[in-house]
Write a protein that binds this ligand. Structure first.
Ligand code: HEM
Length: 428
């Protein structure tokens, strides 16, 4: 069986942050791949070759099989050869994982660490913090209305709200939030010149890894103090659960504790900001849709699920095959690197009717933006709840909503979404 390869222009788009920033052109390429080469190898100059997994069914298959398609062996996000080499040299055990969080773990560690906080993120516990989240949503809406009819929703509203929520849950004081926001954006968008630390175009892997190391060191310094504090003075927050967590009867190591703080601190906001901004953009573009939700009586569940599908903020995760196997009719070899192309799966015609139409009325929305299987997003219920509460607090306060300029997306292959969403609104 010969190995199918993707056309060069598709392969290079898959590794190009600008292509994710442009989005529509990337989707045309994904559509082509789903139709003609749904499981095919992308070969580029700078990156190790990898399988691009573009169909929904294949992404589920890979994701449910964590032993066969593992996370610890190779990088879990796309990095070029040079960057991987530098990252491996920069990590004590040479695994190249600058951070060791749930995302980079396999069995048996993964589930042991996940269980430390999993019940915190279940709907039953989240109900106990609903009032706190609503307070944050109300304050966010007041701030937006005070901006007087025009704002950059992505920057002024969507970025701040999930950050306040996750920091509140983690137990980080509000005066430190701007620092956390900056660090997360630098961690996820090291290649975007508007975002990264050097405010420059980064094309060199050594520079990108070095920049990430500075960002990670800042996180670690910050959270080391939190760990010490919560060990001495336990509180009712996730930092206390992590700082005092034990695995196999031993306190969890510093690297794992830091990885945990970082994944919760970071995974929890840019992603939710992106889906929230995406929902508002669709409402701003479509007055009939806005009219339907603006008095606050319509259920927003479908709107939220569709916004999550539509925006698919996490644009990929990587897995690596731990054994020779067959997938989607192709032969995969042990060690092969697989890119789970979530935005493509969420436009898969085999699963979604009219996938390129934003439709909050989908009856079965099997979007895969939160991943699937053992690593499925720990914060998915929190993300939905945050979005729902914000919509409930915001929409009834607006009598009109329109775009006031060109939206712009982050240039990143990993977490994407709107970095600019100029809107004009009238308060109700
Ligand atoms: C719309 C918002 C969000 C999206 C689209 C999203 C997406 C994802 C995806 C795709 C994964 C990987 C799943 C897989 O490998 O199968 C993931 C994992 C994770 N997410 Fe989210 N996420 C969101 C919000 C959140 C929030 C609010 C938190 C809050 C703590 C969070 C925490 C995590 C954690 C800890 C993991 C790692 C789970 C593991 O490896 O076991 N995420 N997320």
């Amino acid at each position: 069986m010969s190995t199918p390869t993707l056309p060069a222009e598709i392969s290079s788009a898959l590794v190009d942050p600008k292509a994710y920033g442009e989005w529509d052109g990337l989707h045309e390429k994904f559509s082509w791949a789903r139709a003609h080469a749904p499981l095919a190898v992308a070969e580029t100059e700078r990156f190790d070759k990898f399988w691009a997994v573009t169909r929904h069914a294949d992404i589920l298959e890979v994701s449910r099989n964590n032993a066969r398609f593992a996370s610890a062996e190779r990088m879990t996000t796309l990095i070029d050869r040079e960057g991987e080499k530098i990252a491996r040299a920069a990590t004590p055990n040479g695994d190249g994982h600058l951070v060791r969080s749930l995302v980079q773990m396999d069995a048996p560690d993964h589930m042991k660490y996940r269980l430390l906080t999993q019940s915190w993120f279940m709907p039953k516990n989240l109900r106990t913090i609903e009032d706190r989240i609503r307070e944050i949503a109300k304050a966010t809406v007041e701030k937006m209305l005070a901006l007087g009819g025009e704002c950059d929703f992505a920057k002024d509203v969507a970025a701040a709200y999930p950050l306040h929520v996750i920091m509140n849950i983690l137990g980080v004081p509000s005066e430190d939030e701007p620092r956390m926001l900056m660090l997360t954006q630098q961690l996820f968008g090291p290649t975007d010149p508007e975002i990264n630390r050097a405010r420059a175009e980064i094309t060199d892997a050594a520079q990108a890894v070095q920049m990430l190391q500075f960002v990670i060191a800042d996180f670690e310094n910050y959270f080391a103090a939190i760990t010490a504090d919560r060990r001495a003075n336990p509180k009712d927050d996730i930092a206390t659960v992590i700082a005092n967590g034990t695995v196999n009867g031993q306190p969890i190591g510093d690297r794992e504790a830091n990885g945990y703080y970082m994944i919760i601190a970071t995974a929890g906001h840019d992603t939710t900001s992106a889906s929230t901004a995406g929902a508002i953009m669709e409402l701003a573009k479509n007055p009939a849709l806005f009219a339907r939700y603006k008095d606050g009586s319509a259920d927003t569940a479908g709107l939220i699920e569709e916004a999550i599908r539509w925006t698919t903020p996490v644009q990929h995760f990587m897995r690596s095959a731990s054994e020779d196997c067959e997938l989607g009719g192709q032969r995969i070899s042990a060690g092969d690197w697989m890119m789970l192309c979530y935005p493509s799966a969420n436009r898969d015609e085999a699963v979604f009717e009219d996938p390129f139409t934003f439709n909050p009325d989908r009856t079965a929305n099997n979007q895969v933006a939160f991943g699937y299987g053992g690593h499925v997003c720990l914060g998915q219920h929190l993300a939905r709840m945050e979005m729902k509460i914000l919509m409930e607090e915001l929409l009834p306060r607006l009598s009109s909503l329109q775009l006031a300029g060109e939206p712009a997306r982050v240039e990143s292959t990993f977490v994407g979404g709107l970095k600019r969403l100029p809107i004009r609104f009238t308060a109700a």
